[in-house]
Design a protein around this ligand. Structure first.
Ligand code: HDE
Length: 753
C-alpha cells in the first residue's frame, strides 16, 4: 500500500503538497570541521541570511551580526542528506501505509532520525554539571622562567586556552546565581602537551582527603528521597555534614561570604588550591600556589539579587560571559604564583602546605604575576565544546608537578575515571575540544568511539616491525620527568598528620579580614541557610562551630535563629589579611550594564549620544521604556514587563514615564516606599530595588523630577542629580568603580549586640 496512488506525495515539488517556506540555503563550510568530517557537497555563494533575517532584530542583545566568514549556520551543504550522505526528498512525514495509516518499520530515515535523537543526551558531570566556557589566549610575561621550565611560561609565549566556569552542586539546568563555589578550569593547549589548571573561585576545599569527596557531595546534593533542594546548600544534610566534619568550616565561611554569589564569572578570582611543585631548567624545585586575578576586580551580587535573578534570568552568568565577549569586552585575568621553598618539611609559618583547607596570606607571600589570560571568543557549539571538554589535574607539562596533598592525589584518579562514564569510553581525548595541540604519538588503541585509523602493526614497545618506534625522549628533550622526590620513611596507615587538625584559626582569620558590611552579609547567609534546616540539633551544632570561629559571628547568627549563642572558648589572635576583602578599592567599569529609563512621550534629545557615550566607556547601555520599539532612534532593550532592576549595575533616569494602560494596577508596592502617584509603579519598584541593592542612581531633566518624586534627593549616598546626561553618567561611572554604594547598607546589627 506504500504505492497507493491515492496518497499524494506530500510537499512534493509538483506543488501538490503544502508550499514549503522559502529559505535561502546557507553556504557550505569548507574547513569548518576536522577534515575527516568534510562533506562532499558543493558550497554555494548564497547569502548567509535571507533578506528577511537580515532586516530583523539582531540575534543577541549586543547586536552582533554573524559575518560571512564565521561559520555560524547549522547547514553543511545545500541539500539535506541522511547520515550516510543520501539526499532526502522529505524529512517531515514518516512513511505510512496510506496518509492516515500506520507507520512502516521500513522507514529507515525515520528510524535514523529518532534513534539519534533518543541518544542525544549524555550523563551530566557528577559535580560541576552546570557551566559556561570560552576560548582565549594566555600570554606569558616570562617572569616564571626562574622557577619553571614549562615552555608556555617562557618569555613571549602565546598559548591557546579554553576556560570553563561552573557551579558545583546544581544540575545542568539549575540557576547560575545559586550560593555555591564556582569551578574555574583552564585547558592550556601548550606545545609540550596539554596543561589543565582545574581550580575553584575559593582557595580552600571542604575536605583534606579525596576519600571524603563522595561524603561531602552526597551531603550537598539534593536529598535522595525527594531530590530537593536543587542547587542549594540551605538544607539539613549539608549542614549536618559540615557541622560534624569541621575541616569543612573554612571553605563554608568563604561561600557564606559574598564569594558564594559572584556578580560575574569575569569578576572572580581562581585558585589552584593545592600546592604544586615547579622545576626550573637547572632542576631546582619550588612549591607554588596558583592564583587567577581578574582585572575587573572581585565582585558579588547581593543575596536578594542572586535570588531574584534565579527567577528572572537563571542564565545570568553564562549570558554575561557570552555577551561581554561578543561585545569585545574580553575578560582578563593575570596568573600569579605564590612561590615557597621546597624544603623537606613543606610547611610555612605553621601552615602545612599539603593541607588544602589552608591558605598562605598574600601579605606574607606575595602573588607574583606571570602571564595574562584573555577570553576572546565564545564556543560555537555548547555540547561539542563546553559539555564535552574533559579536564584532569594530571594533565601536566614538563616543569609542573603535583605534591603529596592527599586531596590532589585522589583527584589524579577521579578525573580520568569519570570521563569514561560521562563521555562513553576511553577515547574522549580525541574529541576536538580535548585534542592536544602538541603532536600526539601514543600507543592507545581501539575502544568505544575510536576516531583514528591507526596505521602499522606494532602499537607496542619494544618492537622491530614499525621502525622500532616510538623512542622515548632523551634527557634534554623536554620530557615530563618524575622528580626524584624523597618519600618520607613511614608505615602505611589511614591517618591525618597532626598538622591538619586546626580547623578554626583560618576561618577566624577570614572573618577578621572582612569589613562590617561583608560581616553582615556573612551573618545573614548563615542565618538564611540554617533557618532553612528542619533539625534544631543541626543548627545548634553549627552554632557551636561558629562559636569556635568568632563570638560576634556566632551571636549574630544565633539571634537571627532565635537560639542561645554557645560560649566561645579562648580564641587565638589572628592577623587579618586585607587581600581577602572585596570592599575598598576601585576597578574598571568595563562590561557593566547601565539601565537608561526613558519616557517615549518626551524623549531626551541626547539619548543617542548618551547611548554612544556609555558604549564608549565599554559599558552596556540598556534602554528601558514602558513598551518596546525605539525611542529617539535608540532600540528599547527592556520594557517594564521584561526588565528587572537586578540586570543593572546602575540606573539613569532620562525621563519618567507616567503609568500607561499597560501598567500593572495590582502591583503590590510597599507603603512608604519611594514613589508617588503619577509614577509607574514598576519604575518605583525598579528604583526601590536599585536603592536597596546599593546601586548608583543618576537623573537629569524630567528624570530628575521623577527621582525627587520618588524621594531621591541630591546628597543621598550614590544619588547623582545633575544638569545634563553626560555629567551624570560620569558621576555614576565613577561611583560604579567601587562596585556598590557601600554606605547604603545598614549598620550591621551584630556589632550592636
Ligand atoms: Fe573536582 N571533579 N574533584 N575539584 N572539579 C570534577 O570531573 C573530584 C576538587 C573541579 O569544568 C569531576 O570531569 C574529586 C577540587 C572543577 O569540566 C570529578 C575531588 C577542585 C571541575 C571531580 C575533587 C575541583 C571538577 C566531575 C576531591 C578545585 C569541573 C566531572 C579529591 C581545585 C571541570 C569531571 C569542568 C570536576 C572529582 C575536588 C575543581 C568527578 C574526587 C579541590 C573546576 O572527576
Amino acid at each position: 500500500s506504500s504505492h497507493d496512488e491515492s496518497t499524494p506525495p506530500v510537499d512534493a515539488a509538483d506543488g501538490s503538497g503544502p508550499t514549503p517556506p522559502s529559505v535561502t540555503p546557507a553556504p557550505g563550510r569548507p574547513g569548518a570541521r576536522p577534515p575527516q568530517f568534510d562533506e562532499p557537497t558543493t558550497p554555494t555563494d548564497a547569502p548567509l541570511t535571507s533578506p528577511d533575517q537580515a532586516a530583523a532584530e539582531p540575534r543577541t542583545p549586543t547586536g552582533a551580526v554573524p559575518s560571512a566568514d564565521d561559520a555560524t549556520t547549522a547547514q553543511q551543504g545545500e541539500r539535506l542528506t541522511t547520515s550516510q550522505g543520501a539526499r532526502l526528498r522529505d524529512t517531515d512525514h514518516s512513511l505510512r501505509a496510506g496518509a492516515r495509516g500506520p507507520v512502516l518499520l521500513q522507514d529507515h530515515h525515520l528510524r535514523e532520525k529518532i534513534t539519534h535523537f533518543d541518544h542525544e543526551r549524555i550523563p551530566e558531570r557528577v559535580v560541576h554539571a552546570r557551566g559556561a566556557a570560552a576560548h582565549g589566549v594566555f600570554e606569558s610575561f616570562g617572569t616564571a622562567a626562574s622557577v619553571t621550565c614549562a615552555d608556555f611560561l617562557a618569555p613571549g609565549r602565546r598559548t591557546e586556552v579554553f576556560t570553563r566556569f561552573s557551579t558545583v552542586v546544581g544540575s545542568r539546568g539549575s540557576m547560575d546565581t545559586a550560593r555555591d563555589t564556582r569551578g574555574f578550569a583552564t585547558k592550556f593547549y601548550t606545545d609540550e602537551g596539554t596543561f589543565d589548571l582545574v581550580g575553584n573561585n575559593i582557595p580552600v576545599f571542604f575536605i583534606q582527603d579525596a576519600i571524603k569527596f563522595p561524603d561531602v557531595i552526597h551531603a550537598a546534593k539534593p536529598h535522595p528521597d525527594r531530590e530537593i533542594p536543587q542547587a542549594q546548600s540551605a538544607h539539613d544534610t549539608f549542614w549536618d555534614f559540615v557541622s560534624l566534619h569541621t575541616e569543612a568550616q573554612h571553605h563554608t565561611i568563604w561561600f557564606m561570604a559574598d564569594r558564594g554569589i559572584p556578580r560575574s564569572f569575569r569578576m572572580m578570582e581562581g585558585f589552584g588550591i593545592h600546592t604544586f611543585r615547579l622545576t626550573n631548567a637547572d632542576g631546582e624545585t619550588s612549591l607554588v600556589k596558583f592564583h587567577w586575578k581578574p582585572l575587573l576586580g572581585v565582585h558579588s551580587l547581593t543575596w536578594e539579587e542572586a535570588q531574584m535573578i534565579g527567577g528572572t534570568d537563571p542564565d545570568f552568568h553564562r549570558r554575561d560571559l557570552a555577551d561581554a565577549i561578543e561585545a569585545g569586552a574580553y575578560p582578563q585575568w593575570e596568573l600569579g604564583l605564590q612561590v615557597l621553598p621546597d624544603d623537606p618539611e613543606q610547611m610555612f609559618d605553621g601552615i602545612d602546605l599539603l593541607d588544602p583547607t589552608k591558605i598562605i596570606p598574600e601579605e606574607l607571600v606575595p602573588v607574583q604575576r606571570v602571564g595574562r589570560l584573555t577570553l576572546d571568543h565564545n564556543p560555537r557549539n555548547y555540547f561539542a565544546e563546553t559539555e564535552q571538554v574533559a579536564f584532569h589535574p594530571g594533565n601536566l607539562v614538563p616543569g609542573i608537578d603535583v605534591t603529596d596533598d592527599p586531596l590532589l592525589q585522589g583527584r589524579l584518579f577521579s578525573y580520568l575515571d569519570t570521563q569514561i562514564t560521562r563521555l562513553g569510553g576511553p577515547n574522549f581525548a580525541q574529541l576536538p575540544i580535548n585534542r592536544a595541540h602538541a603532536p600526539v604519538n601514543d600507543m592507545l588503541r581501539d575502544g568505544y568511539g575510536q576516531q583514528a585509523d591507526h596505521a602499522g602493526v606494532a602499537p607496542y614497545r619494544p618492537n622491530s616491525l614499525d621502525g622500532g618506534c616510538p623512542f622515548t625522549a632523551g634527557a634534554d628533550e623536554h620530557a615530563f620527568e618524575d622528580l626524584p622526590v624523597r618519600v618520607a620513611e613511614s608505615v602505611r596507615e589511614r591517618r591525618n598528620p597532626e598538622s591538619f587538625s586546626d580547623h578554626f584559626t583560618q576561618p577566624r582569620m577570614f572573618w577578621a579580614s572582612m569589613t562590617d558590611v561583608e560581616k553582615a552579609h556573612i551573618v545573614s547567609a548563615y542565618a538564611f541557610e540554617l533557618g532553612r534546616c528542619y533539625e534544631t540539633t543541626i543548627r545548634e551544632r553549627q552554632l557551636a562551630c561558629l562559636a569556635q570561629i568568632d563570638p560576634e559571628l556566632c551571636r549574630g547568627v544565633a539571634e537571627a535563629l532565635g537560639l542561645p549563642a554557645p560560649k566561645s572558648p579562648d580564641l587565638p589572635d589572628v592577623t587579618p589579611s586585607p587581600a581577602l576583602s572585596q570592599v575598598g578599592g576601585t576597578w574598571p567599569v568595563a562590561g557593566r550594564t547601565v539601565g537608561i529609563v526613558v519616557d517615549p512621550e518626551a524623549p531626551d534629545a541626547d539619548l543617542a549620544a548618551l547611548h554612544e557615550a556609555v558604549v564608549a566607556v565599554s559599558m552596556t547601555p540598556l534602554v528601558i521604556a514602558p513598551v518596546g520599539g525605539t525611542v529617539g532612534g535608540v532600540p528599547v532593550g527592556r520594557t517594564f514587563a521584561t526588565g528587572r532592576s537586578v540586570e543593572l549595575d546602575a540606573v539613569l533616569l532620562a525621563g519618567a514615564p507616567a503609568p500607561g494602560a499597560d501598567a500593572v494596577p495590582a502591583l503590590d508596592v510597599k507603603a512608604g516606599a519611594p514613589g508617588a502617584p503619577g509614577t509607574d509603579p514598576r519604575l518605583t519598584l525598579l528604583l526601590e530595588e536599585c536603592w536597596r541593592h546599593a546601586k548608583p542612581i543618576g537623573a537629569w531633566g524630567a528624570g530628575r523630577d521623577a527621582a525627587t518624586t520618588a524621594g531621591l534627593t541630591e546628597g543621598m549616598p550614590g544619588v547623582h542629580l545633575g544638569e545634563d546626561a553626560f555629567s551624570v553618567l560620569e558621576a555614576v561611572a565613577e561611583q560604579l568603580a567601587q562596585h556598590r554604594v557601600w554606605e547604603r547598607f545598614e549598620a550591621p546589627s551584630f556589632s550592636a549586640g
